[in-house]
Structures are given as structure tokens and as C-alpha cells.
Design a protein around this ligand. Structure first.
Ligand SMILES: [Fe+2]
Ligand SMILES: [Fe+2]
Length: 190
């Protein structure tokens, strides 16, 4: 289902596993931003008819946010500030301004962020199986939901303009491949 053309550096997983408390704080912000992102898509005329679906995604992301906050509390990890992700900034920065192209680009960028989360949550569920079964089950439980968000956003874009969606998806997948291979000094999800 996922179309990615490159993989994160091999240092990504060990770095994340070595700093799970920090990664959980980053994850909390990721879910908060995902909820905001779903609501922001409601500003486009082409998506006025999809406002209920977008609200449902925003509610789901807020529930994920609450779940991560619950994990933080149970583990005695204080909620902290977000760390900016060059990969997310790169994807969001590639959204062109102006009527129709903006909604397609915004949906594709949001879809790829969901897709990468889906993929990484799957890896984390696998890697944490023995060492942290609670966290492993938590990540495993999010995979389907993030995968659905990825598919829903792509279908929304295709519903507006299928040809333009394929053209821009191609460009965004190239951009993703350029950015995703880069090392990040902090242990963050994206
Ligand atoms: Fe989520
Ligand atoms: Fe999501």
C-alpha cells in the first residue's frame, strides 16, 4: 500500500529506542499536529463536502494525543516542547499556494506524513515486542488508523483531480526520498 522510494537511515531505529521518553513527547506533539492538520483541511472549498470525515480524523488524532499523554503520565515523563522536524517542514513547505493546487498538495503532504507514521509505528511495535510490551501493543494499535488516514487523504485528492494528484504525488515522493534519508541530531519520529 505504501509507495515510498527511500528508507530512513539505519541509525533511526536505535536512536529512537535509546530515547523512548523523548520520542513519546515528540509523538504527543505529532498527534496534536495531525488533529490540527485535519481541521486545517476544512478551509478548502473542495473539501467542504468532506467536513464530517475530516472532523472524524481530527477526533481520532485527539484521542491518540490523549493516549500518548496517558502513557507519559504513567511513565512519569513530563510533557515538553515540540522539536521541529526538517522532513515535515520540507513536505509542508512544498505545498504550492493558489486555489486548486494548494488543496491537492496539502492532502498529499498530509497523506505522506500519515503513511510514514504508519510505517514507523509498525517498526516500533516489532522492535519493542520483548523489551516493552505495553508500548509495542500501543504502537501496533495505531498502525491501522494512521494507514486509514493515509489512504483517506490520497483518495480525497484523487476525488478532486486524479491526474494532478498522480503528478504531484510523484514530486512529493521524490522530495520525501531526498529528505527521509537525512540524519536528525535528535531522536524524533520524523
Ligand atoms: Fe494519530
Ligand atoms: Fe493519523
Amino acid at each position: 500500500m505504501l509507495l515510498f522510494r527511500a528508507q530512513p537511515p539505519s541509525s533511526w531505529l536505535p536512536k529512537v529506542l535509546a530515547n523512548l521518553p523523548g520520542v513519546l513527547v515528540d509523538h504527543a506533539h505529532l498527534e496534536r499536529k495531525a488533529a490540527t492538520s485535519a481541521l486545517n483541511l476544512e478551509k478548502y472549498r473542495d473539501l467542504f463536502g468532506r467536513v464530517d470525515e475530516l472532523n472524524a480524523i481530527a477526533i481520532e488524532e485527539l484521542q491518540h494525543f490523549q493516549m500518548v499523554l496517558g502513557l507519559l503520565r504513567r511513565r512519569g515523563v513530563p510533557f515538553g516542547p515540540p522539536i521541529s522536524s526538517p522532513w515535515i517542514s520540507g513536505m509542508m513547505g512544498a505545498i504550492r499556494r493558489g486555489k486548486q493546487c494548494q488543496v491537492i498538495d496539502h492532502l498529499i503532504a498530509a497523506a505522506l506524513i500519515e503513511g510514514r507514521s504508519c510505517e514507523k509505528f509498525q517498526w516500533l511495535a516489532e522492535a519493542l515486542k520483548d523489551r516493552d510490551p505495553e508500548l509495542s501493543a500501543f504502537y501496533g494499535g495505531l498502525v491501522e488508523s494512521e494507514g486509514n488516514h493515509y489512504a483517506t487523504y490520497l483518495l480525497m485528492a484523487r476525488g478532486i483531480d486524479p491526474e494532478e494528484t498522480e503528478r504531484r504525488l510523484d514530486a512529493f515522493l521524490d522530495l520525501d526520498a531526498q529528505w527521509v534519508v537525512q540524519e536528525h541530531p535528535h531522536a524524533i519520529l520524523h
